[in-house]
Design a protein. Sequence first.
Length: 184
Amino acid sequence: MIFSNAIAGIWFFFLLVPGIVKNVTAQSTASSDTLQQVVDEGRMLFTGKTPLSGGGPSCISCHSINDPTLPISGGKLAINITVFGALPGAALRTFIEDSPFPVMNSAFVSYPLTEEEVSTLIAYLQHVSAEGVTEPSGFPENLQFLWTGLAGLIIILFCIWALWRKRKHGSVNKRIYQRQIQSV
């Protein structure tokens, strides 16, 4: 596992260095309205609202992303890919089309992406990365489990209190015993 991560890191470095020198993207020539439309299409592809043409899984099923317009940040199977949007377009295209990660390759081997889908996903990832959002909307991910657990505990304690508040205090024989004591 460590060896494959090291290889992916080295591969990532060699893609990044040439891209820094020459950053060629399709976004530079698009107008802002067209760009926003492409970003919205990429968001819909990423979240799965628009299914991929090849029938592959949506990106959000495995990856998370820091997009404040999404109600959830995404899946936990793979890493948060917000930072990948800072890559040059060619490097990002290579990561999407021919990923160095075996799980992603096996997930899309029978379900290839079209050129248009790759371009819209690149535009969306670069847009989210350019926004500079560091935290997803809603609860911070590491505290969401804690708050959900506390809310569940409060609900359970309230139910126990509601069921037990009218219970009989003392034993049934206590009344009989009190009558016997008074009659003596």
